[in-house]
Design a protein around this ligand. Sequence first.
Ligand code: FNR
Length: 339
Amino acid sequence: MKKHQRLDYRNKLILAPMVRVGTLPMRLLALEMGADIVYTEELIDLKLIKSIRRPNPALGTVDFVDPSDGTIIFRTCPLETSKVVLQMGTSDAARALAVGKLVQCDIAGLDINMGCPKEFSIKGGMGAALLAEPDKAAHILRTLCSQLDIPITCKIRILPDPMDTINLVQKLAATGIAAIGIHARTRDERPQHRPHPDVLRAVASAVDIPIIANGGSREMHTFEDLHKFQELCGADSVMVARAAQLNVSIFRREGVLPIDEVIDKYLRLCINYDNAPHNTKYCVQSILRELQETPRGKRFLQCQTLQQICEIWHLGDYCRRRQQELKDHGNAGRANVIL
Ligand code: FNR
């Protein structure tokens, strides 16, 4: 039985699922900045199903670890337990259920990815492949809703025909899901294409479950823009990906922070939670963007360790102290070098 309240998906600012970006430090920073709910990166059922749940007392985290090589597939901590939604890639109800049972004590909600257009997903019958198989998609959701204790959601893309989209959402809503995230683009549209808020508006007026609007980052530069997009879509909540990847302080009601401040906060969390250096580097890189061309940016690109990255943002001592602390605590297992 879960101790905290069941997650409510209305009037929420949500960090979208993003592969490599949505790991623990970024989720915690998004919450600190004002996000109400944070999604993990998409995690594939086949990987999760073989993972072992391992509390990590040194870090205060719960880790789901690949027993074959010790890779951390999912790391979470009590600070986010009531707000974190794990997004799963799956094409199979039984497998999804087994994973749900394994993780449900440590998360607030479980989301099924039904929008990813990448070849890897489609070939495996996951992501946007499920949009073409609504019966299968509904079966997966119904299985999870009826047998797990946490709210279940899915994230889809719109279909080329708005009426088909409404029919699909009505079918999925009937499975018992708590909300639905909708990326306001079709499977074949790319981020540079304009989203279709009018389609979301039509869907929102046709169903009762909360609609989470996604796909508005192109026009999101300030906190106010998040609500503008939500209103434009007539949605109950708004979910942000790329605008948050660039500067996660977009969730901050008081206004966005300079990127050096964001990087400082992000790195502190990476240090505290012993985040993998390659993941840390990827996220900092996506914040820096064209600043990678500056002398400091070029120095950053040479970095091989978390320590080296931290030196650039004057967090070298902090990193050294924490890493020593973790070593003393017997948590020195992680390879600390990129590549
Ligand atoms: C994504 N997106 C994505 N979607 C999803 O359902 N699961 C995922 O793991 C990912 N991974 C991912 C990584 C990165 C780096 C980006 C930029 C995007 C898609 C994302 O959640 C969202 O649907 C789109 O980016 C549109 O929203 P924005 O960017 O306009 O807010």
